[in-house]
Design a protein around this ligand. Sequence first.
Ligand code: F6R
Length: 607
Amino acid sequence: MCGIVGYIGYEQAGPFLLDGLQTLEYRGYDSAGVCLNDGSELIVKKAKGKLKVLKDMTHDGEDLRGTVGIGHTRWATHGEPSDVNAHPHLSESGRFAVVHNGIIENYQLLKDYLTSKGVEFRSKTDTEVIAQLLEYYYKGSLVDAVIKALEKLDGSYALGVISQENPDEIIAVRKESPLIIGLGENENFLASDVTAILARTRTIYRLENNEIAILGRESVRIINTDKEEIHKEQETVDWDVNAAKKGGYEHFMFKEIMEQPKAITDTIAPRIKNGRVVLDEVSLSAEELKNFNKINILACGSAYHVGVVAKYIFEKMLRIPVEVDLASEFRYRDPIVNDKTLTVVISQSGETADTKEAMKEAQRRGSHVISIVNVVGSAIAVESDDVIYTWAGPEIAVATTKAYSTQLAVIYLMALYFGEMLGTIVPDEYKALVKELEELPDKINAVLENKERIQYLASKLFNSKDVFFIGRNIDYALSLEGSLKLKEISYIHSEAYAAGELKHGTISLIEEGTPVIALATHEELIGKIVSNIEEVKTRGAQVMCIACDNHKELEGVGEMIFIPKVCDMLLPSLAVIPLQLFAYYVASLKGCDIDQPRNLAKSVTVE
Ligand code: F6R
């Protein structure tokens, strides 16, 4: 949610700021802006709409003057997307500029107070109060003014601040929203995410809550709110700089779909040693594991859908009851969680606000938390008791694909690892499952090779108004993801239903020509799902059916997509590929903005 960049050095800041914002555009794209200190005053350029508008307005930043500046790409919370509500925000006199990611919860109170003191506000944002507070408290030291302002703020923030009087510094501070500092040669950077600075430096500081960074051209100091120096370890980022580029593909989403075999290999290979799954990251002993009487899975969106798949897998393989909760619901439902509950938190970004807060709630109640996270060093990764990273690399498309698939891969690893510890999987089955898991990336490649068939089916259905996804057991869990993928990027209304539940109401929506995508991969329930398919066909549905290639007799129940047969546990990893491709091709045929669907942003750092 919102991307922040900053530059201070001896070069013109404009081109870096615009390039940096480009890589952060996935975080928000309803407006963008920059502010530079040109040596005498602060110059702001901002525009509603995609970053392209600002890029065109400033000739990719070449028109901007100044060697210190901050930039922002926005996902609106307070105040509609508009030029005036775009960041950076200036104080009344124009001497202080702020970019902000997060939400200032008490902004109205602060605004009322400042208004009573005669301060005039221009925007409807919560952020503008920060700029106004800086001016209100400024007595010659920018750092002091920032510290004073922070004392008044409730909520979450990552901030970049510059001022007219201080052309040689940027102040950066964060609380509950991510911010990193990039360390260069005679130049330093500020960004919400490392992808923005990878082309310039790989050496970073990851700011912790309430740490204040003072960036100069040749040095960076970090202090706390009592102005005591903090000595921080530098980190080296080893992400491939090309990983965050499109690499010849038209969309990041397609590139990321195609990267899935590699991402899964990277995630599983280091954790399978001599035919055994080894999760060194998990600190639990067999004794401790046996002490849990429930597994509690917390996540949002697609990560939640991974959790639903995990429920079927864990319950079957570990024989422990599993509850899967939407993090936003868990937080406020007084959950029954204690030290006998093992909590698994799933998040690509590691910074989703609801997931993070739900995790803390579980920890407060005594639960041990294992997180499954993609972004190294993110809040959830750092604050959980154990973290198992998905090695998917940067995921830029807003609609997740490779993160979803690598999260599933970690679930398989956990099922095998815990199953062995608990003795709930017999050795022969264990051996066979590990072997199949190692072969999974090749099988995914085989499904990807069939993409033209899915493109053809997408061309038949892309004009639909409503699409239904049905399945049973693990196929139902997967249908949730198929439906979300389609609706979020193609804007076609879709619903996922447990196939057996359809006749309890929803089947009334099926009429002549309604597309129904049926998942029929789960071996034990093929007969049942075929009956459900017949029920919808009788009522006029056009059926597209995904099944394993050992069930060729299903040919004829609808337009078929066959995937290689694998054991039930691994089926979702293959069956999700046609669903992702289907959503992608439909959105492409409809001319949608695939990587940046309307109203969305990649990291949801607000409640
Ligand atoms: C959908 C999608 C979202 C995320 C959700 C959680 O394609 O990407 O539903 O899965 O916002 O995000 P993370 O995994 O970053 O916590």
